[in-house]
Design a protein around this ligand. Structure first.
Ligand SMILES: Nc1ncnc2c1ncn2[C@@H]1O[C@H](COP(=O)(O)OP(=O)(O)OP(=O)(O)O)[C@@H](O)[C@H]1O
Ligand SMILES: Cc1ncc(C[n+]2csc(CCOP(=O)(O)O)c2C)c(N)n1
Ligand SMILES: [Mg+2]
Ligand SMILES: [Mg+2]
Ligand SMILES: [Mg+2]
Length: 321
């Protein structure tokens, strides 16, 4: 595909992007009209939005457009799953400079489409605007399939805390890329293209999860959101959190304690949930901690019983951002 976005024009670009999309039976009216129409069998619609900004969330010399598309879709689809819902549709609002080669947004769209397909959703619309910084804003919709939503607010003292998916892999990949390396590939790939366990969200709801979230900012930070919303304390047992040997090796090479990546690294979109103690969890879940009654006035997360006084994860206005 030749030329720049500016040469192709707004409607040429929209045609190019939408021509690559696939649909699902839930999509009654897709891209091309003033709005889309998506079936909502449950009669409640789960809705979420997240933005990716060049320089802040991705770098074009670190990730391909296709990878950015996969990641942009994944971070939104994971939020739908973390409510216990099944993703149905996404919308893409895209800001691009006129000088950008057309191949970039086209490959981005391919990535978004493919990640949606993994989760069972389809792209149903969007918007394209000219601007200086590439901005990928996605809105995702989902269906609860007759189950109650699993919020951040339902964790109760006596519950156990369990996680499924990757933890710390994206952060390790980011550390490697930040130091100018391109390997180990497994971590770099995890940073470029997270693999949220979408199926685990509705499965956890079915298993009776009392609270749930995806890990976007960091395990301690995101458990902190559950603690605050539920009015409980949460203790994480660090020995229960898996640190692969390869992560220990790369931690040694770059001078970082890998436990730091696992406890505070975001962007893997693992799913973490609280469950009643008598739950029968499938093997892919690891039990990593406990919910207790709040010891002080503000609910908090401890690690091995001790307060975590460092940052628990990413904060867009924090010192490391
Ligand atoms: N600008 C905003 N206007 C309205 N609500 C917002 C805004 N920003 C965030 N929120 C709401 O605040 C809550 C927490 O947002 P946050 O973005 O931290 O959650 P998240 O999307 O799960 O995490 P992440 O963005 O790290 O993936 C969500 O319910 C979100 O809808
Ligand atoms: C170039 C570059 N620099 C830094 C990072 C790290 N980073 C950015 S946002 C975020 C947390 C989730 O964000 P949000 O809350 O917006 O979903 C993290 C860990 C990156 N991915 N790329
Ligand atoms: Mg968000
Ligand atoms: Mg989330
Ligand atoms: Mg965040």
């Amino acid at each position: 595909m030749k030329g720049t976005v500016g040469e192709l024009g707004e409607f040429g670009l929209i045609r190019e992007l939408t021509s690559r999309l696939t649909s699902t039976p839930a999509v009654q009216i897709g891209p091309g009209d003033d709005a889309a129409v998506v079936a909502a069998p449950d009669r409640r619609v789960v809705a979420t939005t997240d933005v990716l900004l060049e320089g802040r969330h991705f770098r074009r010399d670190w990730s391909t457009a296709y990878d950015v598309g996969r990641k942009a879709a994944a971070q939104n689809l994971a939020d739908i799953a973390a409510m216990g819902a099944v993703p149905t549709a996404v919308l893409l609002a895209l800001v691009v400079p006129a000088e950008l080669r057309v191949t970039w947004p086209v490959e981005l769209m391919d990535g978004i489409r493919d990640e949606c397909q993994v989760a069972g959703a389809a792209v149903v619309g969007g918007d394209v605007v000219r601007g200086e910084t590439i901005t990928v804003s996605i809105t995702a919709l989902g269906d609860l399939r007759s189950r109650p939503a699993v919020t951040r607010a339902g964790a109760r003292p006596g519950n156990l805390v369990a996680v499924t998916g990757w933890l710390g892999w994206s952060a390790a990949g980011l550390a490697v890329l930040s130091r100018g390396f391109r390997s180990p590939r497994a971590f770099v790939e995890a940073h470029r293209r997270p693999e949220p366990p979408y199926h685990a969200g509705p499965a956890a709801a079915e298993l009776g999860a009392t609270a749930m979230t995806d890990v976007s900012d960091g395990l301690v930070a995101d458990l902190g959101h559950i603690a605050a919303a539920s009015g409980v304390d949460i203790d994480v047992r660090s020995a229960a959190v898996d640190i692969p040997a390869q992560m220990t090796d790369i931690g040694q090479a770059v001078g970082v304690d890998p436990l730091h990546w696992v406890l505070t690294g975001g962007e893997d979109h693992a799913i973490v949930a609280a469950f009643p103690r008598d739950v029968k969890l499938p093997a892919r879940w690891r039990i990593i901690g406990d919910v207790t009654a709040p010891a002080g006035r503000t609910p908090r997360v401890t690690v091995d019983g001790a307060p975590w006084d460092k940052a628990g994860g990413w904060d867009h206005f924090g010192p490391d951002a």
